[in-house]
Write a protein that binds this ligand. Structure first.
Ligand SMILES: [Zn+2]
Length: 251
């Protein structure tokens, strides 16, 4: 799998137990199905200011990911994040399907532009986002439409400034020429597909330890038994991926 070379790669900000792979079971981006890039913003209100140092950006990514898996039950949903000054960072990248735009994740990748409140992206961010879009088109082998999140559902994302930039064609790397028609989208997964997440066994893990980590400190005995039942015949050696049943939320 080819990865877009970012200033901050995923392993630069992940920490043990807090990796994208620890809280999702989706596979890599299937470029054959991708016809759209969805643009997002932080949406954190006027008091939020995007980080401007590399360390601050790494912390922001880890915080975002921790918020996602602890509150939503799955990994940070964006494919890439572009910080002020055009510093690019890999979140899910192309290794994990995006989980950022409900109903569109099978056909899109997600770029979050880190801006303050309703601001527009700065010139470096626009330039870097365009080069990322061009790379995605190379992977997909076709032109991709660029939509703000609010064009896929009712949401204030990606904010007024970025929405205006999209409307003005600033992320259209073909400068106004007509895009090719989109392919037939792949069918949506049935809404009642069972969702099974995975986690990775850490050194000295037992079923009870894992149960506490993934489900919390209540009903530990029952949860450990459920984990064990979902992983018949598995030895808990470090690095082994095991199934975590019944916990969460589609991503
Ligand atoms: Zn969004």
């Amino acid at each position: 799998m080819t990865r877009y070379q970012c200033d901050i790669m995923r392993e630069d900000w992940e920490e043990p137990g807090h990796r994208i792979a620890d809280h999702t079971s989706v596979g890599p981006v299937n470029w054959a199905n991708i016809d759209t890039i969805v643009i997002h913003y932080p949406g954190n209100g006027p008091n939020y200011h995007p980080p401007t140092t590399i360390d601050g950006m790494k912390q922001r990514l880890l915080l975002g990911h921790t918020y996602y898996w602890s509150q939503r039950g799955y990994s940070y949903g964006y494919s890439w994040v572009v910080f002020p000054g055009g510093v690019t960072a890999e979140a899910r990248g192309s290794d994990f399907r995006a989980a950022a735009s409900a109903g569109w994740n099978h056909r899109s990748v997600a770029i979050q532009l880190q801006v303050h409140d309703q601001d527009a992206a700065d010139n470096d961010q626009v330039r870097e986002a365009r080069s990322l879009i061009a790379w995605c088109e190379g992977q997909a082998g076709r032109r991709l439409q660029v939509l703000g999140h609010g064009e896929t559902k009712e949401t204030s994302c990606p904010g007024r400034g970025i929405a205006a930039q999209i409307a003005a064609g600033m992320f259209n790397i073909h400068d106004g020429s007509a895009p090719e028609p989109a392919p037939e989208p792949a069918p949506e997964p049935a809404p009642d597909d069972p969702i099974v997440l995975e986690t990775v066994v850490a050194p000295n893990d037992g079923w009870w330890t894992i149960a506490r980590r993934v489900y919390g400190n209540t009903d530990v005995q029952d949860n450990a038994a459920a984990l064990q039942a979902a992983n018949p015949g598995i030895n808990l050696h470090p690095g082994k991926r095991i199934r975590v049943p019944g916990r969460a939320t589609r991503d």
